[in-house]
Ligand binder design. Structure first.
Ligand code: ADP
Ligand code: MG
Length: 467
């Protein structure tokens, strides 16, 4: 006889940790650092705070496979009563809104907690000093995997000595392979410093201490919380948005104008006329089959305005150039930030830098450094859209002869990055994104060609003078 039962979200990810990037002790350690650092960056720059982040990795003296990771930040902190759920419940977070952040699933740190508790049986330590609060909360907790709820072992609340202080400290101990993960983690930190040149990151390991000091105090404009674009909805999203409508008399016309991004009265009228809907029908009275028709019409209408990019936070040409110069130390760099674009109702912006010469090591093909929403992507390069676009370019057009000291840095910002998995390592080849990437890389590369031509002439002159 078969026995039937359900699985809690925590149980599901406990069994399938590979899909979130926790596939072995080396990868799990890398992913843990990444999840904590990305939460810290979200908690600072998204809220207009210049990030000061410290990452510390230490090994148990009796068992070097037990690794402790501690990350501290000067972010907004977490309301003390929210700490247990935020760290102890899979699918809980503050980032389920239309806004560019690194985190999106409400999953990352819980994967780290799950991995830590299943490999070392240690709880996670969290200290939160929320901004605009007089208190500090400290917790030791783990996840009740069966129920997908936090289990708090210890908790302490005290008054802040300095009421202006705010931020979060997270510490956990997991089974990890430091020897195998070390190079990747250092590379991850270096690339994070490249894409966030306004952050100061202290990085301490058993062997060394590195400080990536900010090279700029200019923060990119923080992203704003926006609304759904009509092209990006389906029946379930429609139901969810309708639930939030308070006034029972709201008409379909009002609903479209008030609840969606970039829909004015005129556009709404044109759409409703085109789709054959009565503008005065009450939105709360729409039945499931009406919603299905509405969603499908909303998707196929091609006269919506583009989604507004205020929900995005690209770093801009100037900062990108600063970051590349500081970390790669090339002799040439050109950065390009493209105008906003969109795919399936999701706004996106592509930024690219092409760097050449200097300390970039010559390679047989261009080095590609990929970023998505300011997160470095280190794995699965072979299946990423950026690699594909770079490989399809005939670099001889730009006078590059391999082996060449050439690096292409790509950054995609979007409220919905088309990742190939929840481990967030590779971006799918969405045609709109591919197109923007190609335009940006070609634009930057034309400047590279001019630079190489100049250098060739200079050499020519020097050669002649030498004769
Ligand atoms: P996600 O980052 O995808 O939302 P996580 O599980 O990594 O999911 O984090 C859950 C939530 O915990 C976040 O949405 C955020 O509200 C909060 N959080 C985690 N780390 C921090 C931090 N260092 N500072 C402030 N808030 C944090
Ligand atoms: Mg996160």
């Amino acid at each position: 006889m078969e026995k039937y039962r359900g699985l809690s979200p925590a149980q599901f990810f406990h069994r399938n940790k590979e899909i979130a990037g926790f596939s072995n002790p080396a990868r799990a350690l890398y992913q843990t650092v990444r999840e904590l650092v990305e939460n810290s960056l979200d908690a600072t720059e998204t809220h207009g705070l210049l990030p000061d982040i410290s990452v510390e990795i230490s090994l148990d003296s009796n068992n070097p496979d037990r690794v402790t990771v501690k990350v501290a930040d000067n972010g907004i902190g977490i309301p003390i009563h929210e700490v247990p759920n935020v760290f102890g419940r899979v699918f809980y977070g503050s980032k389920y809104v239309v806004r560019q952040t690194r985190g999106v699933f409400g999953l990352g740190v819980k994967m780290a907690v799950l991995y830590a508790q299943m490999t070392t049986a240690q709880p996670i330590y969290v200290k939160s000093a929320p901004i605009n609060s007089d208190f500090i909360g400290e917790y030791l907790l783990y996840i009740d995997i069966d129920k997908n709820i936090p289990h708090v072992l210890k908790m302490r609340i005290r008054k802040k000595e300095n009421p202006k202080l705010h931020g979060t400290v997270v510490k956990l101990t997991l089974e990890g392979s430091w020897v195998q993960a070390k190079k990747r983690i250092e590379e991850y930190i270096r690339r994070t410093a490249l894409i966030a040149p306004y952050a100061t990151i202290r990085y301490k390991t058993p062997e060394e201490e590195l400080v990536f000091k900010r090279v700029s105090k200019k923060l990119p404009e923080p992203p704003q919380v926006g609304r759904y674009h009509p092209k990006g909805v389906d029946v379930e999203v429609l139901k969810e948005i309708i639930k939030t409508v308070r006034d029972p008399d709201t008409t379909l016309m009002d609903f479209l104008v008030k609840s969606f991004d970039g829909v004015g009265e005129k556009t709404a009228q044109d759409f409703l006329h085109w789709a054959g809907f009565d503008p005065s029908i009450k939105v709360k009275e729409l039945r499931l089959h009406d919603l299905e028709a509405l969603a499908s019409k909303m998707k196929s209408f091609n006269k919506w305005r583009r989604p507004r990019p205020t929900t995005l936070s690209p770093i801009g040409e100037e900062l990108l150039k600063e970051g590349v110069k500081n970390i790669l130390r090339p002799s040439f760099v050109k950065a390009v930030t493209r105008p906003p674009s969109s795919y399936s109702g999701h706004p996106f912006i592509v930024e690219v830098a092409v760097a050449y010469g200097g300390e970039i090591p010559p390679q047989d093909q261009p080095i590609v450094l990929r970023f998505a929403n300011k997160m470095p992507l280190l794995y699965d390069e072979g299946v990423d859209v950026s690699r594909k676009v770079v490989d399809e370019i005939d670099w001889s057009v730009y006078k590059v002869k391999f082996p060449a000291p050439l690096a292409v840095i790509t950054h995609l910002c979007s409220t919905k990055i088309p990742f190939k998995g929840v481990g967030k390592e590779a971006i799918a080849d969405v045609p709109e994104v591919e197109h923007e990437l190609e335009i940006a890389i070609r634009e930057a590369s034309r400047r590279l060609r001019a630079y190489i031509t100049r250098m060739e002439r200079l050499h020519e002159i020097q050669r002649k003078e030498a004769i």
